[in-house]
Write a protein that binds this ligand. Structure first.
Ligand SMILES: Cc1cc2nc3c(=O)[nH]c(=O)nc-3n(C[C@H](O)[C@H](O)[C@H](O)COP(=O)(O)O)c2cc1C
Ligand code: SF4
Length: 420
């Protein structure tokens, strides 16, 4: 198997998360110390030079986000760590927080210093209750050791962190629904603009970053933005934590330089399909990512290359399925998830996902017509164009991509009356 390049996973298995002493012995919190010494402007420049793009799914440049919040006037500012990780098949944030909670706290404190925020929240997935005590212990230890709290390193910078429970809904990972949820309201997305960087938590300028994004920040501060940017393969920058799931021999969470090809991830890292089965297809980027066929996997894993290849970078999830799987059953499964998780605030998503599910079930039963395929296509386009948030905008992707890449699966069901 190819050697991993661990940056977000730098300390995994190397210290006991219970022991801040062990973390500090590895150089932990030295990034925060250096950040405070280098000043806000230089710090944001390093993060911009790193070409660090948010790893929560939307791939927004982190340096740009921080500079907007730093430049926005506000007596109170916040840093929020999006640890909701509701994406089916994505487990990377759980792995990071379980093995290295202090790097996440350090990344949050550095973000706080960069933008002038003195309060941070970790919005922790409701289904990860085991991580509550882990994070709270880490926060407590960091406070006692002087890495959280007032006047850090003798400066006038203060920063503290609180863990709050997620609402138990996929949509609560969406940044504005998450803010509503922290404020004690229903976790429904807000209209944008204004964006959270200008009016976020309790109306104050807020940085929201994913766990993986924040866990990388201390290494960038310690080693420099150009160092991180130079790690990718060819012209690609940095690393990505990929979650390999489905019909693979070596399922798990791995970190590789961006630019590694999807084929390498599936075959060299994942070990291919088990029991001699043939690869049929793969969904990349998460549950709302594109589903592509076996002949489409020779491209570098990065945001633009994925888009050009008709795939999705997203959260770095790679869900593989072999020739024993039924593509339409997979699509039905995903639509059941989206129908259940739609918050119902806007019509295209609330009604659209339900209708997509009905149509797929009709086709799977053998009652589908060619007209239904046109209806699916139209409905998906309307949902993409008119839904309020990313859930409804992206949930048609599995349908659209399978209509394109696995059209025969639909045609066979229609022609053979439901039999494969
Ligand atoms: C339906 C939906 C669910 C999301 N869930 C998560 C999540 O669980 N974790 C996450 O970091 N980002 C999630 N996002 C993306 C966030 O809205 C936001 O882009 C991200 O937290 C920003 O952090 P980053 O710039 O570090 O990626 C979700 C977006 C949508 C539309
Ligand atoms: S797109 Fe779906 S999840 Fe998002 S606001 Fe509309 S109904 Fe809610």
């Amino acid at each position: 198997m190819m050697q991993e390049t661990r940056i977000a996973l730098r300390f995994l298995g190397k210290y006991n998360p219970d022991s801040i002493e062990e973390f500090c012995a590895l150089g932990g919190y030295e990034g925060l110390r250096k950040a405070v010494e280098m000043g806000q402007k230089n710090l944001i420049q390093e993060v911009s030079d790193a070409s660090l793009w948010g790893y929560g799914g939307a791939a927004f440049p982190t340096g740009k986000k921080w500079s907007v919040v730093a430049a926005t006037k506000g007596k109170q500012k916040y840093v929020v760590c999006d640890a909701d990780e509701g994406e089916p098949g994505t487990n990377k944030d759980r792995v990071i927080m379980t093995g290295d909670p202090h790097s996440v706290l350090e990344g949050m404190a550095i973000a706080g210093f960069a933008v002038g925020a003195d309060k941070g929240y970790i919005y922790l997935r409701y289904e990860y209750p085991q991580l509550f005590p882990v994070l709270e212990k880490a926060i407590d230890d960091a406070r006692k050791a002087g890495y959280l709290g007032r006047n850090l390193f003798g400066s006038n910078f203060s920063f503290d962190v609180k863990v709050v429970s997620g609402g138990g809904a996929y949509v609560c990972g969406e940044e504005t629904a998450l803010l509503e949820s922290i404020e004690g309201k229903r976790g429904e997305p807000r209209y944008k603009p204004p964006y959270p960087s200008e009016a976020g938590l309790f109306g104050c300028p807020t940085v929201i970053n994913n766990v993986e994004t924040l866990a990388i920040v201390p290494s960038i501060v310690l080693n420099g933005g150009n160092w991180y940017a130079s790690i990718g393969i060819g012209h690609h920058h940095g690393t990505k934590v990929f979650t390999l799931s489905g019909n693979l021999v070596n399922r798990g969470v791995y970190e590789y330089p961006r630019g590694i090809t999807l084929r390498q991830l599936i075959e060299d890292v994942g070990g291919g399909c088990p029991d001699g089965h043939r690869l049929l297809g793969v969904q990349t980027g998460g549950a709302s990512g594109n589903i592509i066929s076996v002949d489409m996997i020779d491209f570098p894993m990065d945001v633009e290359d994925c888009a050009a290849a008709g795939a999705t970078f997203g959260t770095g999830d790679i869900m593989v399925f072999d020739d024993t799987q039924d593509v339409l059953e997979i699509v039905e499964n995903l639509l059941e998830f989206f129908t259940h998780e739609s918050c119902g605030k806007c019509t295209p998503c609330r009604e659209g996902n339900t209708r997509l599910l009905q149509l797929i079930r009709k086709i799977r039963r053998g009652d589908g017509t060619m007209e239904d395929l046109d209806t699916l296509q139209d409905l998906c386009q309307t949902m993409k164009d008119c839904s309020l948030c990313g859930l409804g905008q992206a949930s048609p992707t599995p349908v659209l991509s399978t209509l394109r890449n696995f059209r025969n699966a639909y045609l066979n069901r229609i022609e053979r009356g439901g039999k494969e």
